[in-house]
Design a protein around this ligand. Structure first.
Ligand code: ZN
Ligand code: ZN
Length: 444
């Protein structure tokens, strides 16, 4: 055992990470480090003892992640004489405010929280520890989403899923064999989530051009360097080839870092994410248990790219001038779709009313510049083909979505967040219905 705690390499190099910045604003230096190797559990256990000695440590897992990595890590932590408490969630835990309270009830005097798992277990550990300003590490078990390194956590509060700020882990320890052997569906979900960035980056550029001027090329530049390692070989991700799956995993880690660097989820979450949030939020109304985040986002990518293609084909002269009417019509659907949550949704939509009303003049004014952006996006067939090539089916039916629920989300999810996305552009350009139909053809 080392006498000094080991330092592992940071996920992005602090010397060079700003190379792609185009905004000249300050970006925080990402601190999160990664150790990846067969012996990651042992290294974690030794580091834990070296840093925290006999201070209390809380280990979180569920039965599935206990089986693949948690049991082994627990044993190694005990062997290193770490002062350990373990908490096992039920299978398929949901990150609710109530469960956060349960975790926090164990945090008295705890110096470190360690999550063993993917999306939900990571979010539970990350959010609980940051609420109480406790150190947080994680041992990922699947390349299923980009949240490991992000500064947000998805938590359900009073039945509504919310994206709340949370401090990313200081250290990540990854066992390639575990990541690689994650179920195919989880790998497919991560593949969709990492590719979302290609589309959401254009959403961000459009919004920035029309309103905020907040765009920075840094996140896209960071991702461009690694993109080839996952986007060119979905079959290998499907087969579980180590280099392809680890390429995907590293892409996901980097995408989360890119988000935290931008200080906003804009680089990795545009219109394609809205449909996923829409279905998560609809659970108490429809009773449909949400599908994996990344898979729902994949459906959103098909919709967003269908919108971009329709927009790219549209002449400036064909742009309708009826922003006010369109806002009123969409707002009128909110009570019917959201029932007791309608007030909250209406508030979000109202927040972007002013911006949307300016579309009548802004869209024609900026149409040439916008079209140059629209034309950069690959068509929906390209993404549908990539997702299917992982070897798992990709359609509405396997994700337990009806045609009606898809159409409802396509036409109305733009109302649930105040951020301007491609769905707003498509609605105001009068092509959202047609793009929804295009997407449906690919999702049957
Ligand atoms: Zn910048
Ligand atoms: Zn995502």
């Amino acid at each position: 055992m080392p006498s000094e705690p080991r330092q592992h390499p940071r996920i992005v190099n602090p010397e060079t990470y700003l190379t792609g910045c185009t905004c000249n604003h300050e970006h925080p230096v990402p601190q999160v480090t990664l150790y990846s190797g067969k012996d990651a559990s042992q290294i974690l256990a030794e580091d834990c003892h070296a840093i925290y000695a006999d201070r209390p440590v809380l280990l979180l897992f569920d039965p599935e992640t206990y089986a693949v990595a948690g049991a082994d890590l627990q044993q190694r932590l005990r062997a290193e004489k770490v002062n350990l408490t373990s908490y096992q969630f039920d299978s398929h835990p949901v990150a609710t405010a109530a469960l956060i309270e349960t975790v926090r009830s164990f945090l008295q005097d705890v110096a470190l929280v360690i999550s063993v798992g993917s999306g939900t277990i990571n979010d539970l550990g990350k959010y609980s520890s940051s609420e109480d300003q406790i150190d947080f590490w994680c041992l990922p078990t699947a390349p299923s989403m980009n949240g490991y390194t992000s500064g947000i956590a998805a938590i359900k509060v009073k039945g509504v899923k919310r994206t709340l700020p949370a401090i990313p882990p200081q250290r990540i320890y990854a066992i390639p064999e575990v990541i690689q052997q994650a179920p195919l569906k989880l790998r497919q979900a991560g593949f969709c989530d990492v590719l979302a960035k290609v589309v959401s980056d254009i959403d961000w550029q459009c919004e920035s051009l029309l309103f905020s001027g907040s765009y920075c090329g840094l996140p896209a530049a960071m991702m461009a360097e690694v993109e080839h390692s996952y986007s060119e070989n979905p079959e290998a991700i499907g087969r579980g080839d180590t280099s392809a799956v680890m390429g995907l995993f590293n892409g996901l880690l980097l995408s989360g870092v890119a988000m935290s660097l931008a200080g906003s989820s804009a680089p990795a979450s545009g219109g394609e994410h809205l449909v996923s949030h829409f279905w998560d939020m609809r659970e108490p109304i429809t009773g449909r248990e949400p599908e994996l985040h990344g898979l729902q986002v994949g459906i959103g990518i098909i919709l967003s790219t269908a919108c971009y293609r329709r927009l790219a084909q549209l002449d400036k002269g064909a742009l309708p001038q009826k922003a006010e009417l369109l806002f009123t019509v969409t707002a009128a659907w909110i009570p019917e779709i959201w029932g007791s949550y309608a007030e909250e949704v209406a508030k979000q939509f109202q927040n972007k009313r002013e911006a949307l009303l300016r579309f009548d003049t802004l869209l024609p004014e900026k149409w040439d510049e916008l079209q140059a952006l629209f034309q950069q996006v690959q068509p929906p067939e390209y993404f549908a083909d990539l997702f299917a090539r992982t070897g798992a089916p990709f359609n509405l039916e396997v994700f337990r979505l009806t045609k009606d629920e898809f159409i409802l989300a396509a036409l109305n999810s733009r109302a649930i967040r105040e951020r301007i996305t491609v769905l707003d552009l498509a609605a105001h350009a009068g092509v959202l219905e047609a793009a929804t139909e295009d997407a449906l053809q690919l999702l049957r």
